[in-house]
Design a binder for this molecule. Structure first.
Ligand code: ADP
Length: 323
């Protein structure tokens, strides 16, 4: 399989490899199964898919599953890594029929590249301008019939012409507690460590409804169990590891607590602008918007208002401590 892999190896091995193993997201799985079965019957690639939703929720995993279920190669690129029109032209012309081209962070594609993709996605043709000035010519090249899979955390930043070229637009949502427990139990099995139900639930409760976080916590708990030469994760080990990594029973970590502490105690509950918060915390604005705030909003700790962020009910949060 030809692809570039950005995530670490452990995470690759934990990834479900087929739709049957993919837990939750019923609506997405149903839509994709239908599209895959129909495409296979027609012996065609499946339609271009746009997957959107918060980080760590299973978009990349689904792109790999689509390729695997279609028996195709997957080529992975990240939107901002493609800088020149020539880069995308080289990738498109090297594809084979039915290959999956997966573009992560598609909302960060440069505008020239996006425009070049329109005809590639719609007609499987690539228009290349050769030469400059009055002597310049446009060459039209036929491309293989590939499937384009885009992933984004910010669908609102996509232009209409690009969004319209996806036959399937699928939204992935946060996971329920039961689904997270299943994901943790499955990951523990893949990682070859036993875990009891209570511990899986404790980890799930602190995973911010997100599988990537659940797996990350599970690996830390497994580390502690292995250091202590314990072959099964039980409540005691799970709680001890969570204390070491500083995640409380509400799933709040050091940065979340610091964020809430600053709004509550420095800015008297707000409103406070995101730029001000970012500089008070010494964090970049994007991390706050994409990593910290979605969970605080989801749990009702904060509200976004036109004047800035506001703490809701000034909930008592224990002072952040950095271990
Ligand atoms: P995204 O691309 O949305 O940021 P990923 O696809 O990289 O998220 O998923 C993060 C991790 O969570 C993966 O390593 C995968 O193992 C796990 N994961 C995500 N969704 C599921 C799921 N539905 N079932 C089981 N594991 C999942």
């Amino acid at each position: 399989m030809k692809h570039s892999q950005t995530n670490n190896e452990v995470s690759v091995s934990i990834r479900p490899e087929c739709l049957k193993e993919y837990i939750g997201q019923k609506h997405v799985v149903e839509n994709l199964s239908l599209a895959i079965v129909a495409a296979r019957k027609r012996n065609e690639p499946i339609e271009h898919c746009l997957l959107y939703g918060p980080p760590g929720i299973g978009k990349t995993t689904l792109a790999y599953i689509i390729a695997k279920e279609m028996g195709s190669n997957i080529i992975t690129i990240s939107g901002p890594s493609i800088e020149k029109v020539g880069d995308i032209a080289a990738i498109l012309t090297s594809l084979d029929d039915k290959d999956v081209l997966f573009v992560d962070e598609i909302h960060r594609l440069n505008h020239n590249i996006e425009e070049m993709l329109y005809s590639a996605l719609e007609d499987f043709k690539l228009d290349i301008v050769v030469g400059q000035g009055p002597g310049a010519k446009t060459l039209r090249i036929d491309l293989p019939k590939f499937t384009f899979v885009g992933a984004t955390t910010r669908i609102g930043m996509l232009t209409n012409p690009l969004r319209d070229r996806f036959g399937l637009v699928l939204r992935l949502d946060y996971y329920s507690l039961d689904e997270l427990v299943k994901i943790i139990e499955r990951s523990a099995f893949v990682l070859n460590i036993k875990i009891d139900d209570e511990s899986a639930k404790i980890i799930a409760q602190r995973s911010r409804s997100t599988p990537r976080i659940a797996n990350k916590i599970l690996r830390r708990v497994r580390d502690l169990a292995q250091v202590k030469q314990i072959d099964k994760i039980t409540k005691g080990i799970a709680k001890e590891a969570l204390e070491i990594i500083n995640i409380d029973e509400n799933g709040l970590d050091y940065l979340d607590k610091k964020y809430l502490d600053i709004i509550n105690n420095v800015f008297n509950g707000g409103p406070v602008g995101i730029e001000t918060l970012a500089s008070s915390l010494g964090e970049d604005k994007k991390t706050l918007e994409e990593v910290v705030e979605p969970y605080l909003l989801q749990c009702g700790y904060i509200k976004k208002t036109p004047k800035g962020r506001v703490a809701v009910n000034q909930i008592m949060i224990e002072k952040p401590t950095l271990f």
